[in-house]
Ligand binder design. Structure first.
Ligand SMILES: [Zn+2]
Length: 137
């Protein structure tokens, strides 16, 4: 997949182009994602570095001891989740101009999902305990 995928925030001040290794979308239902995005956080991971246009419009903050998150400081678009110790970005799926090839692959913190949300797609669903065991935090 060497196709470039473009994305931007709502106001368009922050934008990027990225070559994605796959089109696997993860939905995270953890309380941080809910508080920050207003709902679950649908994201697609890019392993490498990424040059954003409009960096001056990006506000990045520590959301935990191990991760940072960022938003556009004009309209507040949720941009990404990023581990402090690793390169790569979990980019908000909704930023992408073309999501037609994206596939829901995994749901994290399925045990924290509000009861009113029922996603019918087949996906690999992981509880908080399973995630903590897998990623050792
Ligand atoms: Zn989360």
């Amino acid at each position: 997949m060497t196709k470039k995928h473009s994305g931007s925030c709502k106001c368009g001040k922050v934008s990027f182009e990225v070559e994605l290794a796959n089109y696997n979308v993860t939905l995270c239902h953890c309380s941080d994602c809910q508080k920050i995005s207003g709902s679950h956080f649908a994201n697609i991971h890019h392993k490498g570095a990424l040059a954003f246009k409009g960096e001056e419009y990006i506000t990045e903050f520590d959301s935990s001891n191990w991760a940072k998150r960022a938003f556009c400081n004009i309209y507040g678009s949720n941009l990404y989740y990023k581990l402090k110790e690793a390169e790569g970005y979990s980019l908000a799926a909704g930023l992408f101009d073309d999501q037609s090839e994206f596939v829901l692959k995994t749901q994290y913190f399925i045990d924290k999902k509000p009861a009113y949300i029922n996603i019918a797609n087949a996906s690999n669903n992981m509880t908080e305990a399973e995630i903590r065991a897998k990623y050792n935090f």
